[in-house]
Design a protein around this ligand. Structure first.
Ligand SMILES: Cc1cc2nc3c(=O)[nH]c(=O)nc-3n(C[C@H](O)[C@H](O)[C@H](O)COP(=O)(O)O)c2cc1C
Length: 367
């Protein structure tokens, strides 16, 4: 790796953070979770105070079904964010992902910006991260390095075809990626998650991933951060009109999060695979009510990136304030549906309205 690429990776990571914080990078389309209606129970017959939010991910019990999604590393700012997030992950016993570790793999000087998460949270469940496109250039010993960099409990491989095509310096040869994913799932003994980054995962893609033996699928659908939008702003800054136009056109491209959960759940069901494939709902999850609706659709966990970013740059207390609010909202949704815990919520009744209803019918999804 030459110094120029190191510099690009480093600058890009911080630039992404500032673009997300300073611009409107959210999709104009929604998650479609507003189409999901939980049924109010006037006689919940439970005590709000006794509601149990614990949940299982990869056979480990966490205190809440919330995953702090992959964002950063590779810079001083990234290190600060990772340290603050890891502090909260440890205190609240929730899993946390670090951002793409590509920079750490290529430049040992920045390993500490990821490693800080493990040092801050020796017992936390930490998830490593690498782009699917990068897998082709990595050996198994590189994969070992990714894992040992943070003593990862799981590895997430991200899919970002939309971002790469809009990114002015993007890489767009996605051939042979699935085979590499399969090699990694065969090689690693820790769970492998494949995640999108805001465009959602279809039933057909989920089949491919299930056949490649992944242990978790993180849908990261439309409704939250748009990477087409992020790259639109970066292209504009560089006067790259062509990429900026593409970014504008594909701003909302992809599958809304609610639809993507059902696409993936259907694929898992139809595949008949015996070993559990965990489903993480992310992309535009902003409230505990969004989380509750994700669970009735069949998700095991929810994940959030952008909502954690500003608080993580401020302080540990800011992150805790956001998380406490979110947990209160989720608890309220459980109370008002008469659910003592997440599995009871998952079995509660709900009504789906259009446009999600139309999508379910045309795509023959299971609900
Ligand atoms: C500043 C920022 C940096 C991100 N970097 C990564 C990354 O390195 N690897 C990755 O898999 N996803 C990355 N993501 C994508 C998120 O993990 C997530 O899939 C996406 O933002 C959708 O969730 P949200 O709507 O809650 O933000 C990043 C997101 C943000 C906001």
């Amino acid at each position: 790796m030459n110094n120029r690429l190191n510099d690009i990776l480093k600058t890009r990571k911080d630039e992404h953070i500032y673009v997300v914080l300073e611009n409107d990078v959210v999709t104009k389309r929604t998650t479609w979770l507003e189409c999901v209606n939980l049924i109010h129970k006037s006689l919940p017959e439970i005590d709000l105070k006794s509601i149990d939010l614990r949940a299982n991910l990869f056979n480990k019990i966490f205190d809440a079904p919330i995953l702090i999604e992959a964002m950063t590393g590779g810079t001083e700012l990234g290190a600060k964010i990772n340290r603050n997030l890891a502090n909260v992950a440890s205190e609240y016993n929730v899993p946390m992902g670090v951002g793409s570790q590509r920079a750490g793999l290529k430049n040992p000087d920045v390993i500490n910006t990821y490693r800080i998460a493990r040092e801050t949270a020796p017992d936390a469940f930490l998830i490593g991260n690498i782009g699917a496109l990068q897998l082709r250039e990595l050996s198994f010993s590189d994969i070992d390095k990714l894992v040992s960099m943070i003593d990862a409990n799981a590895l997430a491989i991200h899919l970002n075809a939309l971002q790469e095509v809009i990114q002015w310096e993007g890489e767009t040869n996605y051939s042979g990626v699935l085979e590499k994913i399969h090699e990694i799932t065969d090689y690693l003994s820790i769970p492998v998650i494949v995640k999108e980054t805001g465009a959602g995962i279809s039933k057909e893609t989920a089949y491919m991933l299930i056949n490649a033996n992944v242990n978790g699928i993180d849908v990261a659908g439309v409704g939250g951060t748009s990477w087409s939008a992020v790259e639109y702003y970066r292209a504009r800054k560089r006067n790259d009109e062509t990429k900026a136009n593409l970014g504008k056109l594909f701003w909302d491209w992809g599958i809304p999060t609610a639809a993507s959960i059902l696409e993936v759940v259907t694929a898992i069901h139809e595949s008949g695979r015996k070993e559990k494939v965990y489903v993480i709902s992310s992309g535009g999850i902003r409230t505990g009510l969004d989380a509750a609706k994700s669970f009735v659709l069949g998700a095991d966990f929810v994940g959030m990136a952008k909502p954690f970013l500003k608080p993580a740059m401020e302080s540990i207390d800011s992150i805790k304030k956001f998380l406490n609010l979110f947990l209160d909202e989720l608890r309220t949704a459980l109370f008002l549906t008469g659910s003592r815990n997440i599995s009871e919520l998952r079995n509660s009744k709900f009504v789906v309205l259009s446009p999600l209803k139309d999508w379910i019918e045309q795509r023959k999804l299971i609900i």
